[in-house]
Design a protein around this ligand. Structure first.
Ligand SMILES: Cc1cc2nc3c(=O)[nH]c(=O)nc-3n(C[C@H](O)[C@H](O)[C@H](O)COP(=O)(O)OP(=O)(O)OC[C@H]3O[C@@H](n4cnc5c(N)ncnc54)[C@H](O)[C@@H]3O)c2cc1C
Length: 529
């Protein structure tokens, strides 16, 4: 069966050569004009011949090129790589990097489907599509200790799992479903583990088990000079530090990652709550209070947000809602007690529905229920790190709700709004300079988002981007947030160095100078040399 998204995708692929409505060339594509002129057919053949049978070079005339060139966010579909290596091995990644350097082309890795919000996994140079590197190797460890949380027995540090750079969050799901093996990742099944871990990695178990980057034991990196190094606690520890929060495409091409995993047995508490926008003030007040009171309670996970979708004003009003979702590693009656202030809000119908949503599920079911993805097409975000001093006031929440009703609309069913992911627990036990991920005193990561489709007219894109700025501005008027999340990059952010990396930025520059002194891996918000 072909659904609407497939039709849209097929239409988009067809449109790729002709240029999409509203699609723009990515700023990551910025490179010396005419640099391609020197790369002739003989050079491309040299690359194709040098690759092993595990990898393939695609040029724009190849039939496989369009789907591989297209980034997840079609906003940046106007940037076409000169060539794409579908990379199947570390050795071929190394060959590709060396070749790109030798002919003066930039090389940019993409894992997953290319989810970067700012289009930083697009290039007019050589795109290294890592999706073929799908190996997953599990190495159990004996003697790991277990602990019970409600109906769940967790064996901590039960072993390691080594994944290739092309593995996505969703690829790890069968391990959880079939064997109870769990690595904390993000919400979206198609996000690549590579981009996720390199920028941090928040999800619905991070307070309990740490960010994805906190679980990293080692990573294999192809450097700009073609060397392949293994970065871990005892080797290239400075690079290892940078690969835990320093964001992708800054130091090299990471071809594999080894994580410590947890072994699950039993069930976890789950909830999913929803109200009309009328309840926005009490819900946000209660949710923020719960998150603050439970900052050190690593078992409780929460995402709260507001959203709407539709094209016409009445649809946007009717769909406007407040929502919360999460899970709890503990007994169900404790979860109900934590949620009590939220469960008391709303109409009788909302309260009954919300109460009924609180239940125990298997970790595999929880992972499916908690997963969500933005429909392919076009979207943008602006994020903020909220601490106990900068939680949203009633005025800010009220302003956000008002602006939400003024959203200009689009055909994208994902619509617009904001989401707040509660942090704390294990995440905040790690000192801010222990890894490159600096945001270790956060209560929430906040993300304002808007989305539209390929077939919306250009004025819809312009109106959505304008609205996003106004929405964010109305919430943070006068008090612009100091930090934002590097995995939700905002190309319009001026002081992104401090916002993404804070006091860690200077150290990241030192790592960059050591491992990529010529700045071969670069993009507009890349670490400088
Ligand atoms: C729908 C959606 C849901 C999301 N949900 C979450 C979430 O729940 N939690 C969360 O923390 N984040 C989330 N994100 C953000 C996500 O973590 C980042 O967009 C992440 O960078 C995506 O990684 P990727 O490999 O899929 O994307 P890509 O676009 O391929 O890569 C992102 C960046 O990393 C670089 N890169 C990619 N592969 C490599 C590699 N092998 N070696 C070196 N550099 C590389 C790219 O060049 C690019 O600069 C979400 C994003 C979207 C669009």
């Amino acid at each position: 069966m072909i659904d609407r998204r497939e039709v849209v995708r097929a239409g988009t692929l067809g449109a790729l050569g002709a240029g999409l409505v509203g699609a723009q060339a990515s700023p990551a594509a910025a490179s010396p004009a005419g640099f391609l002129e020197g790369v002739g057919p003989r050079e491309w053949k040299r690359l194709a011949d040098a690759l092993s049978s595990r990898s393939t070079l695609y040029r724009p005339n190849d039939s496989h090129y369009p789907p591989l060139a297209l980034p997840f966010n079609h906003r940046f579909a106007g940037t076409h790589p000169a060539g794409i290596v579908a990379c199947g091995s570390t050795e071929d990644a190394r060959t590709s990097v060396r070749w790109a350097r030798s002919v003066g082309l930039p090389a940019v890795p993409r894992s997953g489907l290319g989810h970067n919000y700012a289009g930083y996994s697009t290039t007019t140079g050589l795109l290294l599509n890592m999706a073929r590197m799908k190996t997953i190797r599990v190495t159990p460890r004996s003697g790991a200790r277990s602990r019970t949380y409600g109906s769940m027995k967790v064996t901590h540090g039960a072993g390691t799992v080594t994944v290739g750079a092309g593995v996505t969050n969703g690829d790890l799901h069968p391990l959880l479903e079939d064997q109870g093996i769990f690595v904390p990742t993000g919400r979206c099944p198609t996000v690549g583990v590579a981009g996720l871990v390199l920028g941090g990695g928040i999800g619905f178990s991070d307070k309990m088990f740490g960010l994805t980057c906190d679980r990293l034991v080692s990573t294999t990196v192809v450097l700009a000079d073609g060397r392949v190094v293994e970065a871990g606690r005892d080797s290239h520890s400075d690079l290892f530090w940078g690969c835990r929060g320093g964001a992708g495409n800054n130091f090299g091409v990471n071809t594999s990652f080894t994580f410590q995993y947890e072994q699950f047995q039993g069930d976890v508490g789950f909830y999913q709550l929803r109200w009309s926008l009328d309840s926005v003030l009490p819900v946000l007040a209660a949710a923020q209070r719960i998150a603050l009171d439970g900052l050190d309670d690593k078992r409780f996970h929460l995402r709260v947000g507001i959203g709407t979708h539709g094209r016409a004003r009445d649809q946007i009003r009717a769909n406007a809602n407040v929502n919360a979702i999460g899970q709890y590693y503990g007994p169900l009656d404790e979860l109900r007690e934590i949620l009590a202030p939220l469960l008391a809000i709303g109409t009788a119908e909302e309260r009954a529905r919300n109460r009924a949503s609180v239940r125990e599920v298997t970790p595999g079911q929880a992972s499916v229920l908690l997963s969500a993805t933005t429909p392919v097409e076009q979207f943008a975000t602006k994020s903020a790190v909220l601490t106990s001093r900068t939680l949203l006031s009633e005025r800010q929440v009220g302003a956000a709700a008002e602006q939400l009703l003024d959203w200009p609309g689009s055909s994208n069913e994902d619509g617009a709004g904001f989401a707040m992911f509660a942090l704390g627990g294990e995440i905040n036990q790690v000192p801010p300079d222990a890894t490159a991920f600096v945001h270790r005193n956060a209560v929430f990561i906040f993300a304002a988002e808007t989305s539209w489709t390929d077939y919306d007219p250009p004025r819809v894109e312009a109106a959505n981007l304008h609205w996003l700025r106004e929405f964010y501005q109305s919430i943070f008027a006068g008090t612009p947030p100091k930090q934002s999340y590097q995995n939700f990059p905002d190309p319009t952010l001026k002081d992104w160095r401090r916002a993404y990396y804070g006091a860690n930025y200077d150290r990241l520059v030192r790592v960059k100078r050591k491992y990529d002194p010529t700045g071969f891996f670069s993009y507009p918000q890349g670490i400088g040399t």
